[in-house]
Ligand binder design. Sequence first.
Ligand SMILES: CCCCCCCC/C=C\CCCCCCCC(=O)N[C@@H](CO)[C@H](O)/C=C/CCCCCCCCCCCCC
Ligand SMILES: [Ca+2]
Ligand SMILES: [Zn+2]
Length: 267
Amino acid sequence: MPPSIFARESSEIDWCEDNYLYSEYVAEYYNTVSNVIFLVVGPLMMYLLHPYACTRSLAVHLVWLMFTVVGFFSIYYHMTLSYLGQLMDEISILWVIAVGYSVWFPRPYFPNFIKNRKNFGTIIFTVATFSTVLSFVRPAVNAYVLNCITFHILYIVVKEMKKCSDHSIQKLALASICLWLVAISCWLSDRFLCSFWRRINFCYLHSIWHVFICITVAYSNTLFSYFDAVYEIPESLPQVHYWPFKSHRIGLPYLAITKCTKSRKAC
Ligand SMILES: CCCCCCCC/C=C\CCCCCCCC(=O)N[C@@H](CO)[C@H](O)/C=C/CCCCCCCCCCCCC
Ligand SMILES: [Ca+2]
Ligand SMILES: [Zn+2]
């Protein structure tokens, strides 16, 4: 009889960290605990982005709410290494990317046959639903496909940066790309060079990936919020600020609305 989808270690993927080393309840201890950063950054971004979300769309909050949910599913996944945990982790990532695209994908890159953002959102929703069904066919490839979406995101970043002469935004884009390079190197290295990392007794690369991908997403989503605000609500004079050290440009970046306008429709 095949193991239940809830069964511990029924996932097709086992990350490099040793299982059940520190607790009999937690399969991969550091890979589990490192997800706490999603539970901190998600709600904090919702708080910092409230003025922008009110001016633009409350769907901005949905992205960060789902981002927090990814953190919970990832905790469950690494705690159990179950097949269900793996699928919930991957499907939740797919949907947060889908909502991110619906909210922030810059209008100039819409295919010609798409008339407006609502139209675009419907197509993204259809593709995400179809991909959710497909994700059950070969779960082992899901994570690779999700990582490949980043190349499309990078393509849009490069196209937008060619038009942008603002130094602070250029720095934000460069920081996003560098952070992602560190994150993806950790993810790939954990996957493919595990025997090396085991030999030197350092099996924490996947937990380091959690930390770096979380910060990368905070940076890159702020970048896309900026592009979006420039296209959609330029009258609100959007600016990137940093929390907690606003003037030093260190910390968590977020989009601030510097001029209150009548278009503040949602709150
Ligand atoms: C118009 C563009 C809008 C962009 C919206 C992007 C929104 C992305 C939001 C969240 C993604 C969260 C990913 C966190 C993953 C945490 C869980 C995890 O680690 N799961 C692994 C298993 O434990 C699993 O193997 C990982 C799978 C791959 C995840 C791929 C994430 C892509 C993130 C995109 C980052 C963009 C970087 C852009 C750099 C300029
Ligand atoms: Ca493991
Ligand atoms: Zn993980």
